[in-house]
Design a protein around this ligand. Structure first.
Ligand SMILES: [Zn+2]
Length: 449
C-alpha cells in the first residue's frame, strides 16, 4: 500500500461548534500528521519523525490540513451561465439557463464541461458535491464518468422536467422515470457515485411527473432526492397556482412523499411557519445558497429561525445562480446575510458547515467531512497567507478562529494550496490550461498546430 504522511497544522471538527470559544467541538494539532494509504485516512496525530521515516512525507507546514469541502447544491451544466445579467430567478432561467442546458444534448459538450467542472471543484478545494445534470442522460454519463476518472465522491442526477420549459428541455413522466431509473441502476454504487432522484422543482414537473418521482423514491428509498423550494416570491406564487389545493410550496413535495432525511431542498428562503415545521419533522435538509440568493436577489435565508425549529441546514454554492465555486466565498456571503438579519455566524461554525456539517446533511458522516481513521482521504490544504494582503493581515492574527475568519473573508481558490482526493494530490496536477494533466486532452496529438 502506498502510504503517505501529510504533515501540517491539522484541524478536524468533532461536533457542531456552539460558540467561537467552543474548543471541544474540534481537534487541532499544531505539528500534526494525517497518514493516508489505500485511499483512506489511516491515522491522525502528532507528527512523529521516527514513525514517518519509512514513508513519503509531504510537509504542508504552516498550512492547515482539513477535510475537503463539500458542496451539496450545484448545477454542473451552468458553468457558462455564471454572471448572467437578469432581474430575477424566472428571467434568469428562461433567458440564459434553459438555453444553455439544451446544449447538453451533445455528448461532446457534456464531457467537455464535466471535465472542466471537476477541475474547478478541485481548484477550490471541494472534494464532494451534489449536482444537478440536465434532462439528457448523456449529461449524467459525462458527470459520473469524469468524476470516476478522478475517483471523486459525487452525488448527482438527471433533472426531471416536463413543463414550463423549452421543448428541448422537457422529458415526459414516463421517459423521465425510465431514464432516471436506468441511470440510477447504471451509476449508483459504481465506485464513489451516488445517484440522486432530481425533479428540478414543482414548476417544471406536472402532477403526473411528480407521481413518477414518488414512484422512484419508493422503489429506491436509500437514494437521495434533490429539488428547489421557496427561492423567490414570484416562483412561490407560480408553484402554488400550479398546485392550488395544497397548503404551500413545501406541501407539494410532502404530497408526493418526497420529503425525508435524504432530501436536499435548495434555498428555503420564503418558508411559512408550517413549512418550517414540516421541514424539521421530516428531517429534510434546507440547503442555503448565499451567493446565489444575493446575486439573483431572491432573499435572505433565515438561519436562526430554521435552527430554532430544529431543522437540518447545509450550505452550498448553487453555481451558476451562485457566483463562486469557493466554499470560502460562499460562507463569507453567508456571514453577511446573517449580519443583515442581526444573526451571528462564527468562523468555527462556518468551517464546520463546509466539512462535517455538510457531510452530516448528506448522511455521509464517517466517510467524508472529518479526519477520522477509516474515512476517505479527501482533504484540503489551506494557506491563510495566499495573497499579499492576507499575509499582511496574518501578522496581526493571534488565534485559530481569527485565521479561519480571514480565510473566509479574504480567501478563494488562491488560498487552497492543495486538494487531495482518495489520498492523491489533485490540485498540483492541474496544468496551466486548468486540466488534470494526467487526463487525455483533446488538443494532444495534434502536432502543436
Ligand atoms: Zn439550484
Amino acid at each position: 500500500m502506498d502510504v503517505k504522511v501529510l504533515r501540517g497544522r491539522v484541524l478536524s471538527f468533532l461536533e457542531e461548534p456552539q460558540a467561537i470559544d467552543d474548543v471541544a467541538s474540534y481537534r487541532y494539532i499544531e505539528d500534526g500528521a494525517v497518514v493516508v494509504g489505500g485511499g483512506k485516512i489511516l491515522m491522525i496525530g502528532e507528527f512523529n519523525a521516527k514513525a514517518a521515516a519509512q514513508h513519503e512525507v509531504i510537509d504542508h507546514r504552516p498550512y492547515l490540513v482539513m477535510a475537503g469541502f463539500i458542496d451539496p447544491h450545484i448545477h454542473f451544466p451552468q458553468m457558462q451561465v455564471i454572471g448572467s445579467y437578469a432581474a430575477n430567478l424566472l428571467e434568469w432561467l428562461n433567458t440564459y439557463t434553459f438555453v444553455e442546458e439544451q446544449r447538453f444534448a451533445d455528448p461532446a459538450h457534456s464531457t467537455r464541461i464535466a471535465s472542466k467542472f471537476f477541475d474547478e471543484l478541485i481548484r477550490h478545494g471541494t472534494t464532494t458535491a451534489s449536482a444537478y445534470c440536465t434532462i439528457h442522460p448523456n449529461s449524467v454519463d459525462a458527470f459520473f464518468g469524469e468524476a470516476a476518472k478522478r475517483d471523486m465522491l459525487m452525488l448527482g442526477g438527471k433533472v426531471m422536467m416536463d413543463r414550463n420549459a423549452p421543448a428541448g428541455l422537457c422529458d415526459t413522466p414516463q421517459s423521465g422515470y425510465d431514464e432516471s431509473k436506468a441511470l440510477l441502476e447504471k451509476w449508483h454504487g459504481q465506485g464513489r457515485a451516488h445517484y440522486v432522484i432530481t425533479p428540478r422543482f414543482a414548476i417544471t414537473s406536472s402532477h403526473e411527473q411528480m407521481e413518477m418521482a414518488e414512484a422512484l423514491a419508493r422503489e429506491y428509498p436509500d437514494n437521495h432526492i434533490q429539488t428547489h423550494v421557496d427561492e423567490n416570491l414570484a416562483e412561490v406564487e407560480f408553484a402554488r397556482e400550479l398546485f392550488p389545493n395544497l397548503p404551500d410550496y413545501l406541501g407539494i413535495y410532502e404530497r408526493y412523499h418526497l420529503l425525508g432525511p435524504k432530501t436536499l431542498l435548495g434555498h428555503c428562503i420564503h418558508l411559512t411557519h408550517r413549512e418550517c415545521e414540516v421541514l424539521a419533522a421530516t428531517r429534510s435538509v434546507a440547503v442555503w445558497c448565499p451567493t446565489s440568493n444575493l446575486f439573483i436577489g431572491s432573499g435572505l435565508f433565515d438561519h436562526d429561525r430554521l435552527h430554532a425549529h430544529g431543522a437540518r441546514i447545509a450550505v452550498a454554492t448553487d453555481v451558476g445562480g451562485g457566483s463562486s465555486y469557493s466554499m470560502l466565498r460562499t460562507l463569507d456571503e453567508g456571514y453577511k446575510v446573517m449580519q443583515l438579519r442581526g444573526q451571528r455566524l462564527n468562523p468555527l461554525r462556518s468551517f464546520y458547515m463546509m466539512t462535517l456539517g455538510n457531510a452530516r446533511a448528506l448522511s455521509l458522516e464517517g466517510r467524508i467531512g472529518a479526519l477520522t481513521p477509516g474515512a476517505d482521504a479527501d482533504l484540503v490544504v489551506l494557506d491563510a497567507r495566499a495573497t499579499p494582503q492576507m499575509a499582511l493581515r496574518m501578522e496581526a492574527v493571534d488565534s485559530l478562529a481569527n485565521e479561519l475568519f480571514l480565510l473566509q473573508t479574504c480567501g478563494d481558490d488562491r488560498a487552497v494550496a492543495e486538494t487531495y482526493v482518495m489520498g492523491r494530490a489533485m490540485k498540483s496536477g492541474l496544468g496551466a490550461q486548468g486540466r488534470v494533466s494526467a487526463l487525455p486532452s483533446p488538443l494532444e496529438g495534434e502536432g502543436g498546430a
